[in-house]
Design a protein around this ligand. Sequence first.
Ligand code: TZP
Ligand code: MG
Length: 216
Amino acid sequence: YDLEKKFSIRKTLPDTDIYGILGEEFSAGKSNIEITKEMIKANIKIIQYREKNKSKCDKLKDCQAIRKITSVNDVIFIVNDDIDIALAVKADGIHIGQKDMPIEIVKNIASDMIIGLSTHNQKQALEAVEKGADYIGVGPIFNTSTKKNLEKCDGLSFLKWVSENISIPFVAIGGIKESNIATVKKHGGKYFAMISELVGSENIVKKINLIRKKLY
Ligand code: TZP
Ligand code: MG
């Protein structure tokens, strides 16, 4: 269990910022590679690969390329769902949901990786800490059409509770936009994960800079 590696990775992260998530289908024709490059140009330090409709083979190819770009730029690379791909490309971490492989098992097979777990209520958040998650996802904060079968979550009040009661890093997610991020911050948000607001922007660098103006 290589704690030192995990911590050295964490040190590259600012206290509060944007957590970029990829998903080609939400862009207006940009590839995941192009989106990654734009995010990195905007100095995003953590990027997650999340593709729900691509073949394993296509996802692997994407992730191999993204791993190269993120490594060179000292950006943390997290893979959603596919632990085999995360291991194959030597990602920094894996992000799982409540219905994915249990975290105990994931910890066994990816012992030196950062493990993120999505949580939607207090019980799940406490359980995630107990089971050794390195960070939790908190949401959906707002309604969003980006994810199918959206979990029920008392978004902003759950986030507030997490910010006051949970000691591991947490990332707010779900419907976050330039227009509402100040509200999310007011409810204790430190890291803000976004898909459509970033990926769907004509100029991702410009969008990220506008969003950061609301954060700092
Ligand atoms: N988990 C909860 S909401 C969501 C995920 C993956 C989708 C977030 O996408 P968007 O476009 O930022 O609302
Ligand atoms: Mg999942």
